[in-house]
Design a binder for this molecule. Structure first.
Ligand code: SF4
Length: 205
């Protein structure tokens, strides 16, 4: 059996690899129309937040409505929760790099399609090369699948860091899951614990 290659994904990977800086990549993303539906529906792309010398990087799924409106990741309720949990872990949001696997908002906040995530990962992979964080935290299943591939269950992977591309990888829940299950739900507790654990890895590095 043969599989059709996604030429758009290959084009993004080539363009990203040719980019000489994080700023160059982030300047290319707004012109990307590889996913026709997302490119047509988005208000703007959301490349991510990349403070200088960030050693902790969070990777989520895709922009929501508020992120699409302002062009920054995690600025809605999920982002506010993330900010609070980071502060509880002794980390300021301003010191943390934050990006999504997919840079354009899927219409109606549907989950990104696998082909969309595969394409857009070319940008993210190269962003990480330049950010060069010690610890990467995946938030939710789209980010976990981007990092480790298909077939991994969050419940089996989370709880301890794994070696990944010369860094430490911590997998945890997406803030939207924590909000959905409420303050006493397991995802909230585990997200809080996992962010604290990830922060401790940076401190100890
Ligand atoms: S989601 Fe990513 S790959 Fe698809 S159009 Fe947007 S920037 Fe390009």
């Amino acid at each position: 059996m043969t599989f059709r290659r996604d030429s758009a994904a290959e084009g993004i990977r080539r363009a990203a690899i040719d980019a000489k800086s994080l700023a160059s990549i982030n300047a290319l993303i707004p012109g990307c129309v590889a996913c026709a539906e997302l490119a047509a529906e988005r208000t703007r792309t959301v490349a991510g937040d990349f403070p200088a010398k960030a050693q902790l990087m969070l990777v989520g799924e895709a922009p929501g409505a508020q992120e699409d409106a302002v062009g920054r990741p995690f600025v809605g309720k999920g982002g506010q929760l993330l900010d609070r949990l980071l502060a509880d872990a002794g980390v300021t949001r301003a010191s943390v790099a934050v990006a999504n696997v997919v840079k354009c908002r899927p219409p109606g906040n549907r989950p990104p399609k696998r082909a969309e995530a595969n394409r857009c990962a070319g940008w993210l992979d190269r962003q990480i090369d330049f950010v060069d964080p010690e610890v990467v935290v995946t938030l939710g299943m789209t980010a976990l699948t981007w990092a480790l591939g298909l077939g991994h269950r969050l419940g089996e992977v989370r709880g301890s860091a794994v070696d990944w591309r010369g860094r430490r990888l911590v997998a945890t829940y997406h803030p939207s899951a924590a909000l959905r299950f409420g303050p006493s739900g397991a995802p909230m507790t585990l997200l809080r614990n996992d962010l604290s654990y990830a922060a401790s890895l940076v401190t100890a590095a």
